[in-house]
Write a protein that binds this ligand. Structure first.
Ligand code: PGA
Length: 248
């Protein structure tokens, strides 16, 4: 069976200040580490440089929350994957449901961003997940299947791709699917990846669960067979909680 390093990723979203970023990063540096567990922080763009400098000598990885598909050009306010790599990022989240909702990003936009990440040598964390209405209609698997089909670039190496399953209704709400439901969706995603990219890549890609993960529910979620880590929003803003999840 493929050995997959657990990835505990903090998505700070549009939170923190310069001071808070410093205090939080300092707190995270106290993490003793755990064999087979990788810790990643994804601060807002303005704090990538300072946070990156603070964690340069540690095992903590740096990532961004989105990138533009192009390497350069007339795209006011956007940031290229190459610039993120330049700043020391090794990961970038693409297609988060908040990007899809706030900026109208489509599956093909997300696919282009993931391609850009690969072009720049970054690992793309591609997010998918159903809304509450879609879940109520029993459409979870078909929604996730369609999103994956449209959002994943061809020829993604397993080491450059992570898929995050984030039910939209579980994000920031304190609600989560049952562990069984999470495992069912993750197993389906694993099956789709194997079908499309072959078993070696499909079994090598890490699948993160995201949506109200916290120290109290992390152990159960992270113990699931096809859950290889978490994408954590709210609980990544407190060093104690985030470390608690990484240790779970
Ligand atoms: P949450 O966010 O942990 O605050 O629910 C997760 C995410 O949106 O990545």
């Amino acid at each position: 069976m493929a050995q997959r390093t657990t990835l505990i990723a903090g998505n700070w979203k549009m939170n923190a200040s310069g001071e808070m970023a410093e205090v939080l990063t300092d707190g995270l540096k106290a993490w003793a580490g755990k064999p087979g567990v990788e810790m990643l922080v994804c601060p807002p763009f303005p704090y990538l440089g300072p946070v990156g400098a603070m964690i340069a000598e540690s095992d903590i990885k740096l990532g961004a929350q989105t990138c533009h598909a192009n390497a350069s050009g007339a795209h006011t306010g956007d940031v290229a994957a190459e610039m993120l790599a330049d700043l020391g990022c090794s990961y970038v989240i693409v297609g988060h449901s908040e990007r899809r909702a706030d900026h109208g990003e489509t599956d093909s936009d997300v696919c282009a961003q993931a391609e850009a990440a690969h072009r720049a040598g970054l690992c793309a964390i591609v997010c998918v997940g159903e809304t509450e209405a879609e879940r109520d209609e029993g459409a979870t698997l078909s929604v996730v299947t369609d999103q994956l089909a449209g959002s994943l670039p061809e020829g993604s190496p397993a080491t450059s791709l992570v898929v995050a399953y984030e039910p939209v209704w579980a994000i920031g709400t304190g609600r989560t699917p049952t562990n069984n439901d999470v495992q069912d969706v993750h197993a389906a995603i694993r099956g789709l990846l194997c079908e499309r990219f072959g078993n070696e890549i499909g079994n090598g890609v890490r699948l993160l669960y995201g949506g109200s993960m916290k120290p109290t529910n992390a152990e159960g979620l992270l113990a699931l067979q096809d859950v290889d880590g978490g994408l954590i929003g709210g609980a990544s803003l407190k060093a104690e909680d985030f470390i608690g999840i990484a240790d779970a």
